[in-house]
Design a protein around this ligand. Structure first.
Ligand SMILES: [Zn+2]
Length: 134
């Protein structure tokens, strides 16, 4: 079976002082996550305090490269099927995301992916992932 990716409405992003640095980065084509100034560990989703040591956090750019940890094609949530996945970045953190721009039925655990950005309804660029070309 083949289920080709189709763009779908993403709604509007949440814009506040906590998310603006993130969306400024995605608008410029960069994926950023939070890093702890105390222990140095990265984490996702972004938090004002480190989940490991409660240290202060700052934004840090990451490669946007990783692999699929888990993936499922959702067919019943709306008129357009989409692939929801956990992607483990090469930096070691895992993001809940969508896999796009491919045949959704050909996705496999362990497959290499890279970040791409899709526009939300308000123009904010949302990070998603697409398979690397072999
Ligand atoms: Zn920490």
């Amino acid at each position: 079976m083949t289920t080709m990716y189709q763009d779908r409405a993403l709604g509007a992003a949440v814009h506040d002082s906590a998310t603006e640095p993130f969306f400024a980065a995605t608008a410029a084509g960069s994926l950023q996550v939070k890093a702890c100034g105390g222990c140095g560990k990265l984490h996702w989703y972004p938090r004002p305090l480190c989940p490991y040591c409660l240290g202060d956090t700052d934004w840090r750019s990451v490669s946007g490269k990783g692999e699929i940890y888990s993936v499922s094609v959702t067919r019943r949530a709306g008129p357009i099927p989409y692939a929801i996945a956990y992607v483990r970045l090469d930096e070691g953190i895992t993001m809940l995301t969508n896999i796009v721009d491919c045949d959704l039925d050909a996705l496999r655990i362990g497959q290499r992916v890279h970040v791409v950005f899709k526009p939300a309804d308000d123009g904010a660029m949302i990070p998603m992932f697409a398979p690397d070309q072999d």
